[in-house]
Design a protein around this ligand. Structure first.
Ligand SMILES: [Zn+2]
Ligand SMILES: [Zn+2]
Length: 334
């Protein structure tokens, strides 16, 4: 990251002191001083509890796929609503707001995003943001929780099925997370995480179709419940796996993350990953606005309603200069 880009980032962090946000310098910039330790890698230790739970979830989701034809149109619409809310809880919430501080959100919006985040059940916001900052800071090394140089499967789901590399834990502990600890919504969700997951990831998606339009409990559990949960999980994981392996690198050809339109579509805007790792503080994670980017449209809508503000954006000149300097020549925007 160039001098100018870093300074823009830091300046953005200093416009605080109001009810909408907290002060911090987010540690999401790649640190090239870290060196992997020499010698043999620590042995891979399987976490059987996660392997069994993930297997059951995906079998349940497969069953949900089979019973889709028996679900009512309202239940399918509800499934889409749950997909959108839980995805936004990850993309607009845990990712763009809490991991990167790329915009400021009011209290009601933070509550909505925390609920969406519990509905997505991908660890609480505090843990998610800590792992994600480590991912940016130590990308593609032993200290990256889903180090994509260990292959597609590890970056996708494998990292959740084995014990973390000791460097991930060590570097995670050293990160400055004071901004997250100062956010009452984040800490409340963390304290009541299990209960919030039971309510928002499983009970609400299942009980709403059953109570309001008489859907069978079984279909309501397997379609908007398990199938929706598994699809959001996999869409998120594709950002770590596919978008670190396949696609162009118009902004920085020296890093692994890539522009992957298919991932951008399924993860509602998070597939412009070469751009995102180059400019992690940009609220849009892309230079193309709403294109394949429902999350950016949502944040813009929240801004127009007065529920969000101070969206950080990289100027066209800085983007073009970066494309010229480190891009792979595939850029079509200029
Ligand atoms: Zn990444
Ligand atoms: Zn990120």
């Amino acid at each position: 990251m160039s001098e100018t880009e870093t300074r823009t980032h830091r300046t953005g962090k200093q416009q605080n002191g109001d009810a909408m946000s907290e002060t911090s310098t987010v540690e999401d910039v790649f640190d090239d001083t870290y060196k992997e330790k020499d010698g043999p890698k620590p042995p891979r230790m399987l976490v059987w509890r996660n392997i069994i739970l993930m297997s059951i979830l995906h079998i349940g989701a497969l069953y949900g796929l089979i019973v889709i034809p028996s679900a009512s149109a309202l239940t399918l619409a509800w499934t889409a609503v749950c997909y959108l809310i839980s995805a936004l809880g990850v993309t607009a919430g845990a990712h763009r707001l809490w991991s990167h501080r790329s915009y400021k959100a009011s209290f009601p919006l933070r509550v909505f995003l925390a609920i969406g985040n519990s509905m997505a059940f991908q660890n609480d916001v505090y843990e998610w943001a800590r792992d994600h900052r480590v991912h940016h800071k130590y990308s593609e090394t032993d200290a990256d929780p889903h180090n994509a140089t260990r292959g597609f499967f590890f970056a996708h789901i494998g990292w959740l099925l084995v014990r973390k590399h000791p460097d991930v834990i060590e570097k995670g502990r050293k990160l400055d997370l004071a901004d997250l600890r100062a956010d009452k919504v984040v800490m409340f969700q963390r304290r009541h995480y299990k209960l919030s997951v039971v309510i928002f990831c499983f009970l609400v998606p299942t009980l709403v179709p059953w109570y309001f339009w008489g859907e069978s409990l079984s279909i309501a559990y397997f379609v908007p419940g398990l199938l929706r949960y598994a699809v959001v999980l996999n869409a998120t994981w594709l950002v770590n796996s596919a978008a670190h392996i396949w696609g162009n690198r118009p902004y920085d050809k020296t890093i692994n993350p890539r522009e992957n339109p298919m991932v951008a579509f399924s993860a509602i805007g998070e597939g412009f990953h070469n751009y995102h790792h180059t400019f992690p503080f940009d609220y849009s994670t892309s230079e193309f606005g709403w294109k394949f980017n429902i999350t950016t449209a949502f944040i813009d809508l929240m801004c127009s309603l007065g529920l969000a503000k101070d969206c950080k954006k990289v100027s066209k000149e800085v983007i073009m200069a970066r494309i010229q300097r480190t891009g792979d020549g595939s850029n079509k925007s200029g």
